[in-house]
Design a protein around this ligand. Structure first.
Ligand SMILES: [Zn+2]
Length: 124
């Protein structure tokens, strides 16, 4: 994510303050923002140690002990639902995305035009 978006998000969300970077495209700015909004509402002291793209999904790893153990399942479900949501949003442009694959078998969630630009095809 570019520095200006990263800094904006870190200013908005305490849960991201310790991160050096968010390893995903800027198209997911809103997805990351909504995830933090929801997570901090449920668990105000939650802290993420890693936020990144993996296999076309948004993966956010909360610091152990930064939320009450009783919330473990709720947080898990929340993170899972945002991982799923991220596969509908283009990681590059924020447009309507789908999971795609390239000739190196890398997965990425992209809109039609970003997919053409980056050489990704529809996943069958
Ligand atoms: Zn796109």
């Amino acid at each position: 994510m570019n520095e200006s978006n990263l800094n904006k998000l870190k200013k908005l969300y305490k849960s991201l303050r310790k991160l050096e970077n968010i390893y995903c495209g800027d198209g997911w700015y809103n997805v990351v923002s909504e995830l933090c909004e929801a997570a901090e509402e449920v668990a105000p002291r939650i802290e993420f140690v890693e936020v990144k793209e993996k296999f076309g999904h948004l993966v956010a790893v909360p610091k152990e002990g930064s939320y009450p153990p009783v919330l473990k399942q709720v947080i898990y479900d929340l993170l899972k639902s945002f991982a799923k949501l991220s596969t509908t949003v283009c990681e590059e442009t924020g447009g309507m995305g789908k999971l795609r694959i390239n000739d190196k078998k890398c997965l990425k969630t992209l809109c039609d035009s970003s997919a053409i630009l980056l050489g990704y095809e529809k996943l069958h």
